[in-house]
Design a protein around this ligand. Structure first.
Ligand SMILES: [Zn+2]
Length: 675
């Protein structure tokens, strides 16, 4: 049963409006559930809006309340009809600005300031009215969206909420009523929105000629094709997008029609654009490199051809925010893929992961024998190891591979080997200085090679360990927000030196299943240096990696290998570990040596008793406080006990560290050797 006040179902009389109200102002927001329907004259609206909570939506009667006064149940599912659009501004526009826009729209309206409005922060409602009561949800939504986009896109976006109502305003609220304007021409707007450009549509060109839409191949001025627009002065044009679809813009209708459904159109147009935080980002691959760039909204409109009118701008931005929003960018994964021909990227919005895939170098010459014999010539007995390493590099991502250290004088092909490997995935390869710096572009790469660096400190050893061991890395680029990448880096070092890097002496691997370094001195080239070898190899490499290396890869069993394959412990590697110590280790060694050779009578009685006075370290120390680190190192090695104690020997008192049996044995042996 409808309320008895309701006397007509149509809003034929433009002086009245059907609305839902509840007079019980004690109820708070969510409790305002039960409404009744009234027809009010527009003149009487201000009084009503101050005394009731209200809505231009109308809902079904809830059965259980049949016959009661407040029988409407306010819920989106129960929406029955609407008599207009309810716009809500919460401080993003002033009342004067709103009035200006409304005047421009030519619509009859009522504007009323809302409860929390203040002269400093304008908060208000605007009601505009349909010329009939609309009972079709999709029509209501289309028209609402149209006006929201066209005039009120900066207002509260929940304008289409079918359960929407407004709280009544204060007694002293601001009220503005327009008496000149018209109600919304609902059929006119629907016809504008629903009109479609079809390929056999007849178009009257500005030249007077009539053609079919699909005959138009370039931007052409024409009369507006919309049947309701009697366009005597051609105020439209039709153009063809590179995607093959026409679009028509009429400046008088202020509308753009597109020759396909809208979501699909914007899907294509916004392909490389993403919403992140409050910003628009462009993603893409240029010159073989993936990029993520924050761009201005203006640029976004231009790049998506949506800069023609406000409505297109709103539609493109709506599409972006609704369908292309990345809530949280977690990381970028860079991979190489030998099976693809062009690089690509994919965004998993929910996981916040961008997956970038790069193609491998293409096939040019089919001559695998050439590459194979080069590898055999350079690597000799280790050729199989190198092939396996290369095969894993080409066919897998994120697998731990051993670091390759190639030693030997100039002219033995070190650079040729490194550059050959770098050519496989050029976008993912980089020559690197070997040190971690503030802007570390290298962590995005799959292959790094270090030429003849100053590999001289333990800090670099740590960087190397980090790059080859960690699962993720942070990328810091100039002018960019740092982001995470999944570590995919394999490293090759080239050196003239026999001891190219600092390693920890006690980390010499004993098992080739567990060996992090392949250290190898290249033999001299017997046949004379072929200056074209580099390009000859690269031309044949595309075929080689897709044939011979594929076979190698498919034959591999990676179980039980810490670095995926068997890594031979070469004589060069043993030498590396024997000769190499970190600075601190070297200093600690020096103290042991001094301790053995010491002729200092003051300390010798302590040594004999198995104690080392702290003062002994202080006496020889060059830099302040360094002795503490040396002591800690000796404790860590198991040569001193962990805590010092005060000891008196022959009337001398000193703070001392007690030697372990291990150190006493070493001293005994050393002294024995001296004798
Ligand atoms: Zn038009």
């Amino acid at each position: 049963m409808n309320n008895s006040i309701l006397i007509q179902d149509k809003q034929d009389d433009p002086q009245t409006v059907k609305l839902s109200i509840t007079e019980n102002r004690e109820w708070k927001g969510n409790n305002s559930i039960h409404f009744k329907t009234v027809i009010s004259s527009i003149d009487n609206l201000p009084t009503l809006l101050k005394t009731t909570n209200f809505s231009l939506n109308h809902w079904q009667d809830k059965e259980s309340r049949t016959g009661e006064e407040y029988s409407q149940y306010r819920k989106g599912d129960y929406w029955e009809s609407a008599s207009g659009i309810m716009i809500d501004y919460d401080g993003t526009l002033t009342i004067d600005e709103a009035k200006q826009r409304l005047k421009q729209s030519g619509l009859k309206y009522i504007l009323v300031s809302s409860k929390s409005h203040s002269p400093e922060l304008h908060k208000f409602h605007v009601l505009i009215f349909y010329d009939r009561i609309i009972t079709d949800k999709s029509q209501h939504r289309k028209i609402t969206q149209y006006y929201h986009n066209k005039y009120f896109s900066d207002s509260d976006p929940s304008v289409k909420d079918l359960a929407r109502f407004f709280m009544g305003s204060r007694d002293d609220c601001v009220v503005e009523i327009d008496t000149q304007g018209q109600h919304i021409d609902t059929d006119g707007i629907l016809s504008l929105i629903d009109f479609q450009l079809v390929s056999d549509l007849k178009i009257e060109l500005a030249s007077g000629k009539t053609v079919l839409l699909n005959e138009i191949k370039e931007k052409t001025p024409c009369k507006c094709p919309h049947p309701d627009h009697d366009d005597n002065n051609p105020s439209a044009f039709i153009d063809l997008h590179e995607d093959g679809n026409h679009y028509c813009h009429c400046s008088s209708c202020d509308w753009t029609w597109r020759e396909q459904d809208d979501e699909n159109y914007w899907y294509k147009k916004c392909k490389n654009f993403w919403s992140y935080g409050k910003d628009v980002y462009e993603f893409g691959i240029i010159g073989g490199d993936f990029f993520m760039e924050k761009i201005t909204q203006k640029k976004f409109y231009i790049l998506t051809d949506s800069n023609l009118d406000q409505d297109s701008k709103n539609r493109s931005l709506n599409h972006l925010v609704k369908n292309k929003h990345i809530p949280h960018l977690v990381r970028v994964d860079y991979t190489g893929d030998v099976d693809i021909e062009v690089p690509s990227y994919e965004v998993n919005k929910n996981k916040g992961v961008v997956q970038v895939r790069y193609d491998a170098l293409p096939v040019k010459l089919k001559d695998s024998e050439f590459v194979a014999s080069f590898i055999h010539d350079r690597f000799g007995q280790y050729a199989q190891f190198f092939k396996e390493w290369l095969a894993l590099y080409v066919y897998t991502n994120y697998r731990k591979l051993p670091t390759i250290i190639l030693a030997g004088p100039r002219g033995r092909g070190k650079s040729t080997i490194a550059e050959m490997a770098a050519e496989i995935y050029p976008s993912l390869s980089q020559e690197w200085h070997g040190h971690e710096q503030t802007h570390n572009y290298e962590v995005e790469k799959k292959f790094l090679y270090v030429e003849e660096n100053e590999m001289s400190n333990s800090h670099q050893y740590k960087t190397l360990k980090k790059y080859s061991g960690q699962k993720y890395a942070m990328v810091n680029k100039k002018y960019k927000v740092p982001y995470k990448v999944r570590n995919n880096t394999s490293i090759m070092m080239l050196t003239n030196d026999k001891v190219p890097i600092y390693v920890k002496r006690d980390e010499l691997p004993t098992d080739s299943k567990n060996n992090q370094f392949f250290v190898y001195e290249l033999p001299p080239i017997k046949t004379g240096i072929n200056t074209d070898i580099q390009s000859a190899l690269v031309n044949r490499l595309g075929h080689y990696i897709r044939t011979e290396l594929k076979q190698v890869y498919e034959g591999l069993n990676m179980d039980g290998y810490r670095y995926s394959i068997d890594v031979p412990i070469t004589p060069e590697e043993k030498l590396l570990f024997q000769c190499s110590t970190t600075d601190l280790e070297a200093d600690a060694d020096k103290y042991i040596e001094k301790l053995i050779l010491s002729k200092n009578d003051a300390y010798r009685p302590f040594f004999i008793k198995g104690y080392v006075p702290v003062q002994f370290f202080k006496d020889f120390d060059i830099s302040a406080n360094h002795y503490n680190r040396v002591i800690k190192n000796l404790v860590k090695r198991g040569q001193l006990m962990g805590n010092y104690e005060r000891i008196m020997v022959k009337n001398e008192r000193h703070y001392c560290y007690k030697m372990t049996d291990k150190l006493r044995d070493e001293i005994d042996k050393a002294i024995f050797k001296q004798l």
